[in-house]
Design a protein around this ligand. Structure first.
Ligand code: NDP
Length: 289
């Protein structure tokens, strides 16, 4: 049994952040511009708080400015929109991110689409989604962008490969499929109503799993030598009562069949913030010519 190459997303993301820091310093030097990222968190969801703290830390480490707004859960939609309009007009801010999910009384679509598309470093506004759908230049949602970078690094030319994306969410599955199509893959999108997923997976050279179901994809479903990208982050309780993070892919049964596979944790996860920084740097460059 050959063992798959483990795709080290942690190392890849670290190298990417080092390179971003170099390019940020270059931009400061040449144009006297410091990229700035504003992150808005409404309420106090503990997982979001940890994630936002990491974003701020890594933004500063990359030499960028970090603007953090921790707003109370009862913030009105109007107040939030006002804050976004201020940030749209703030020349020190090049990227704006609103941490999701928002409290139920706020219309998420209205808030996201209030962000200037030029500062929409999450790639969630209708304009950026539409541009990606027609194969244009857009800000690409950070997690799928991270997956694409790992795939390009592992596979090289993706053209003509059969890629299956499991999951069709707006933040991962759909943009991932659009990106793979842009790379000239033959793309299949699977979801909860897909029939006989195992036999479809048998034909795939590339599998991207973004489902949210622990260890769902089994080794015997894979084509020999497939490259597997596991986006899933699931916390499970083990028999001894301790919790553990696992992906959507059953790593143990897949690593003997796949030619390369991302682990969880340490695969796709670290790529998301690194890609957010990449998009913020790009936004600053776009705005300052
Ligand atoms: P969503 O819940 O929004 O979407 C899940 C998708 O999986 C849906 O399209 C759903 O289909 C599909 N699905 C559910 N059950 C099955 C099944 N049995 N067979 C095939 N498809 C199925 O999740 P997200 O896209 O937001 O996230 C997916 C996973 O990725 C989660 O574990 C999440 O934590 C993780 N994640 C990780 C990130 C990272 O930085 N690494 C970032 C974002 C997410 P249908 O549409 O029919 O309901």
């Amino acid at each position: 049994m050959s063992i798959a190459k483990i795709i080290d997303g942690k190392l890849f993301a670290q190298n990417l952040r080092t390179d971003i820091a170099r390019r940020v310093a270059e931009l400061k030097d040449k144009k006297n511009v410091t990229p700035g990222l504003a992150v808005i968190l409404v309420g106090n969801d503990p997982a979001s708080e940890v994630y936002v703290r990491n974003k701020n830390k890594q933004t500063i480490e990359a030499g960028m400015r970090s603007f953090e707004f921790n707003l109370p859960a009862e913030t009105s939609e109007e107040e939030l929109l006002k804050r976004i309009f201020e940030l749209n007009n703030n020349p020190e801010v090049h990227g704006i991110l609103v941490q999701l999910p928002l409290p139920a009384h706020i219309n998420e679509d209205a808030v996201i689409n209030a962000i200037s598309p030029a500062k929409d470093v999450d790639g969630f506004t209708i304009l950026n989604v539409g541009k990606l759908a027609i194969g244009g230049d857009a800000f690409i949602p950070c997690t799928p962008l991270g997956c694409l970078m790992l795939l390009r690094d592992s596979v090289g030319d993706l053209s003509g490969k059969h890629a299956i994306v499991i999951g069709r969410s707006n933040i991962v599955g759909k943009p991932m499929a659009a990106l793979l199509l842009k790379e000239s893959c033959t793309v299949t999108i699977a979801h909860s109503k897909t029939r006989d997923l195992p036999s479809i997976l048998k034909t795939a050279d590339i599998v991207v799993a973004a489902v949210g179901r622990p260890n769902m994809v089994k080794g015997e479903w894979l084509k020999q030598g497939a490259v597997v990208i596991d986006v899933g982050i699931n916390r499970i309780t083990q028999p001894d009562g301790k919790t553990k993070l696992v992906g959507d892919v059953d790593f143990a049964s897949c690593e003997g069949i796949a030619s390369a596979i991302t682990p969880v944790p340490g695969g796709v996860g670290p790529m998301t913030i690194a890609c957010l920084l990449e998009n913020t740097l790009q936004a600053a460059k776009n705005i300052h010519g």
